[in-house]
Design a protein around this ligand. Structure first.
Ligand SMILES: Nc1nc2c(c(=O)[nH]1)N[C@H]1C(S)=C(S)[C@@H](COP(=O)(O)OP(=O)(O)OC[C@H]3O[C@@H](n4cnc5c(=O)[nH]c(N)nc54)[C@H](O)[C@@H]3O)O[C@H]1N2
Ligand SMILES: Nc1nc2c(c(=O)[nH]1)N[C@H]1C(S)=C(S)[C@@H](COP(=O)(O)OP(=O)(O)OC[C@H]3O[C@@H](n4cnc5c(=O)[nH]c(N)nc54)[C@H](O)[C@@H]3O)O[C@H]1N2
Ligand code: SF4
Ligand SMILES: [Mo]
Length: 696
């Protein structure tokens, strides 16, 4: 299987000559989806002129994308746990152990006693075969870390617009006059999209409004910054809606034609006091009004939304509050407008598209839909189960109870799920944990079977980027040691566990992609060859010439002409702040990536940004006797971490900020169990903590 990879061989030590070569592939990091390939000259990643980075642009992570590929920590042979220790094993021994251990759990307790963690870091083909494996075994317990990411955005947008994805494309968004960026920091997290698409438009006269408790590199480009208190976005956006209605800036014609529930919404918003809500949200009322005017008066205004909105226990309602603004002002269904979630990893969009979610089949067809299940059954020979499975954090919480065994593919929940102390105990309580990764991660330390997979640089397949473009990856290196292709490993496990090898007998990713186009209506018109060295965008129905760029033009993807306005109330954060406590919010920096499994293994990136620091405002530091560079203890009832303080007015007073890129300090020790009731996304962006000097 695979285009130019060797079949797996028995070399145990890392090969020094991995036959690195340049072939057009896709950056393994963020959802922008830049074309990256190996450079003979530098031994680093270099950009090719891809569908998104059309001039070959890249950020520092793209250049460092090969650093971890031949890192000495790479797993090069399977390991199985014997007498408490992970010891080397042959592939046959590892597969037999999985067959026996996961197989006997299914026999004894049923397939719902297993949990399958799919991966936003892996290709469409790998995720598709992975969810097929779970569903053919008889469980919908399959999810990916889109759950921790934009699950709330997808829930709100699917409900009202009928599609949980960017309404527009990076290209047409350069035509926007105003960018409202809420809870996102694209200058650091989506650098090429920011620098090549938005920044030129802003320099050309576009205006940016940034809603973020911190000033960061994105704020530098913003004319208006609303430093909202973490967790107080609904009062803020309700107040913007109220200011728009007070000043008569709504788009009456659009409301008439394309929007429902207008009167009820107006009645709700009329009761809102702009000044009071601004105060509650911690922002200046005049600036809030100015932001409302700027957004509503623009000919084309586009919203970008990120983790600051989605990762709250009211994440779905947070996003609803943005959808209200776009509908109220007629900013949807046209170029340069819409509501645009900037997606996380290079394939978080695709992992959901191909069905690695517990409630939907490939193409976002609900598992409860009998016709959709029958369509899938025609291709698989087995009908998927009809009841939605458990979501990622729910699954972890069931470990040791109803869920006895788990398969974790290319995720590192021991670092990235909330309330790490609890996660660690839960991982430990499984009868069998199978991990497929590149490294012996913090999660892999709990594995009973640890499988050495293929990195981005060794595989072929497709990934779907933030603006819905499927792009192809091609191998730039041979596999290290005895490692195998992820697709081959998942297919082998599928064949063995389901006892239906014919359903997992693929001649490489192209054949899998063909099956995806058979099963998933939104990919139906695409083809592997058609993508070639370019891209294809969904929705791409059978028989169409190309995919759709701007969604919801004449009607919404729900099939309705109108979408409703939704009245919303403020939802207080789950952690009530006790006296002296500060609101901890968490997030990212340019040089690191998620659990750090990859970025912490790049010398270049580590040199650019070493240890983690706690951002704290001078007015919060001073009374606590904290000075810049002091070691501080950050603590709550769930645990504590020690970290250096960076005293800076960049973070608003009352809030502190940590990244979650390190196993030490393990930031998620402090985050809590609260989940959004609809999307089941954790509240990563608000935890009550005390902060004090370590020697104080
Ligand atoms: N360099 C880098 N790039 C990445 C990643 C990475 O780890 N490193 N990860 C990728 C992934 S998986 C994702 S999901 C994306 C995420 O990309 P972003 O959404 O940009 O990620 P975050 O930094 O988590 O959060 C964005 C901003 O939300 C702000 N914020 C915190 N709390 C609140 C709040 O209550 N309200 C509001 N309005 N804002 C708040 C934070 O201060 C932060 O600046 O990035 C992707 N790209
Ligand atoms: N406090 C806090 N926590 C958060 C967040 C936050 O903002 N704050 N953000 C959340 C979000 S948005 C996300 S997306 C999650 C991310 O959570 P995770 O997905 O758990 O984090 P990653 O570091 O991306 O994990 C990727 C793992 O896959 C492995 N890997 C990478 N590529 C491959 C491959 O091709 N094959 C194989 N076999 N393995 C591979 C890597 O070695 C690594 O162990 O974290 C969440 N956690
Ligand atoms: S912007 Fe994203 S996709 Fe592009 S090089 Fe940087 S991390 Fe990779
Ligand atoms: Mo994410």
């Amino acid at each position: 299987m695979g285009e130019t990879n060797q079949p797996s061989h028995t070399v145990i030590t890392m090969s020094t000559d991995r036959n690195f070569r340049a072939q057009k592939s896709v950056c393994p990091f963020c959802g922008v989806g830049c074309g990256v390939e190996y450079s003979e000259k530098s031994g680093k990643g270099t950009g090719w002129e891809g569908p998104v980075n059309t001039k070959g642009e890249m950020c520092p992570k793209g250049a460092a994308a090969f650093d971890f590929v031949d890192h000495e920590d790479r797993l090069t042979r399977p390991m199985v746990r014997e007498d408490g220790e992970l010891v080397p094993a042959s592939w046959e021994e590892a597969f037999e152990r999985i067959e026996e251990d996961l197989g006997s759990i299914v026999e004894e307790h049923g397939a719902d006693a297993l949990g399958f963690f799919a991966s936003s870091n892996a290709t469409n083909e790998e995720n598709y075969v992975y969810q097929k494996l779970a569903r053919m075994l008889g469980t919908n317990n399959v999810d990916n870390c889109a759950r921790l990411c934009h699950a709330s955005t997808v829930a709100a947008m699917s409900e009202r617009f009928g599609a949980g994805a960017m309404t527009n494309t990076l290209d047409d968004l350069t035509e926007a006059d105003v960018y409202l960026v809420a809870g996102a920091n694209p200058a650091e997290q989506h650098p090429v999209a920011f620098r090549s698409y938005f920044l030129p438009a802003i320099r050309d006269g576009g205006e940016m409004i940034h809603v973020d408790p911190r000033e960061n590199s994105t704020t530098d480009a913003a004319g208006i910054h609303l430093p909202v208190k973490p967790g107080y976005d609904i009062p803020l956006f309700n107040a913007m809606a109220a200011a728009i209605l007070e000043e008569g800036l709504e788009d009456e014609a659009f409301l008439e034609e394309r929007v429902s529930n207008v009167d009820e919404f107006k009645a709700h918003i009329e009761r809102i006091d702009v000044e009071e809500n601004a105060k509650l949200a911690g922002v200046d009322p005049d600036e809030l009004r100015e932001a409302a005017r700027t957004y509503a008066e623009a000919d084309r205004a586009a919203i970008f939304t990120g983790m600051g909105m989605s990762q709250h226990h009211c994440g779905t309602d947070n996003v609803h509050s943005l959808l209200n603004l776009s509908l109220l002002t007629g900013n949807v269904g046209r170029r340069g407008t819409g509501v645009n979630p900037l997606r996380g990893q290079n394939n978080v969009q695709g992992a959901g598209d191909v069905g690695a979610l517990p409630n939907i089949l490939p193409g976002y067809e609900p598992v409860e839909d009998e016709a959709a299940r029958e369509r899938v059954a025609e291709v698989w020979g087995v009908e998927p189960p009809a009841t939605p499975g458990l979501t990622e954090v729910e699954l972890t919480h069931e470990f040791g109870d109803s869920v006895k065994g788990a398969f974790v593919f290319a995720e590192n929940p021991a670092v990235t799920e909330p309330h790490s102390g609890r996660v660690e105990e839960e991982l430990q309580s499984l009868d069998c944990l199978v991990v497929l990764d590149l490294f012996e991660t913090e999660t892999a330390k709990h594995a009973d079977v640890l499988l050495p997979g293929s990195s981005w640089a060794e595989k072929s397949g497709t990934v779907t980027n933030t603006d819905r473009q499927a792009i192809r990856m091609r191998p730039n290196a041979d596999l290290p040691g005895d490692a195998r292709l992820d697709l081959e490993i998942i297919s082998e496990i599928g064949a063995r566990l389901t006892g239906r090898p014919e359903a997992f007998d693929y001649d490489g990713p192209e054949e899998v992609f063909d099956e995806i186009t058979d099963v998933s209506p939104i990919y139906a018109g695409m083809s592997y060859d058609g993508i070639g060295e370019s891209s294809q965008r969904w929705p791409f129905p059978e028989g169409a010439d190309s995919g759709t760029e701007v969604l919801h033009r004449e009607e919404f993807a729900t099939g309705e002409k109108t979408a409703p306005l939704v009245p919303l109330e403020h939802v207080p954060p789950a952690d009530e702040l006790e006296e002296d406590e500060l609101a901890l919010t968490t997030g990212r920096v340019l040089q690191h990536f998620n659990s750090g499994a990859l970025s912490r293994r790049s010398e270049t990136l580590m040199r650019m940004r070493g240890e983690d620091v706690l951002q704290i405002h001078p007015d919060d530091a001073e009374p606590r006797g904290i000075e810049d560079g002091d070691l501080v203890r950050v603590e709550n009832e769930r645990g504590e971490v020690e970290v250096e303080a960076a005293v800076t007015p960049a973070v608003r007073e009352g809030a502190v900020f940590l990244t979650f890129h390190y196993a030490d300090p393990l930031t998620n020790t402090l985050t809590g169990d609260a989940l959004d009731p609809v999307a089941k996304i954790p509240e990563y962006k608000h935890s009550g903590v005390s902060v004090e000097p370590v020697d104080g």
